[in-house]
Design a protein around this ligand. Sequence first.
Ligand code: GRF
Length: 205
Amino acid sequence: MNIAVFASGRGSNFQSILKACIDGFIPARVVVLISNRGDAGAQHIAHEANIPFVHLSPLRFESDEAYAQHLLSVLKEKETDCIALAGYLKKIPPLVVREFRHRIVNIHPALLPLFGGEGMYGHHVHEAVLASGMKVSGATVHFVDEEYDRGPILLQRCVPVERGDTPETLAARVLAVEHVIYPLALKALAEGRVVFDGTKAWIRE
Ligand code: GRF
């Protein structure tokens, strides 16, 4: 399975996916890193590992259609089977979602369908969890469809919310499980163990 990773920032999930592929835990390879930013931390990780990096800013295209077509041509050229969004802050164009239906996954730093949707990223998520008084949070790997954070859930793992937590301490606890469940979900996808019951996705043992 050829994976295209999309990342806008630091790239710690990209790194955990890359390591899992290189170690053979995920029977797949990362064929390209795509970012809307030319200065993403993830870019340095790609450079060190000799992974092609493509900087693609939607703003540089004259239309959404032109951007989507260009994105598709890059993905096809790299023979992409699956797209892993890892801290990617731009919406995936509907054309690409249609072309890669059930082949685009994302990781979200909370237990969806709670604390998701437009504007729910980074510290906003953890602030909302703390404000809610919930005693658990966690991470979710889900398929991407046309709506933010709404596609079928593939894998989740909980972490406790502790008294005295700040958005930073909670984010760090969640991030540690992100680095575990994202490779697990991609492994299942690469091994053909993801099944759909209607609109629900499950992982077979
Ligand atoms: C992670 O918390 C992920 O859940 C969210 O964006 C963050 C990306 O972090 N989608 P990193 O760039 O992978 O370190």
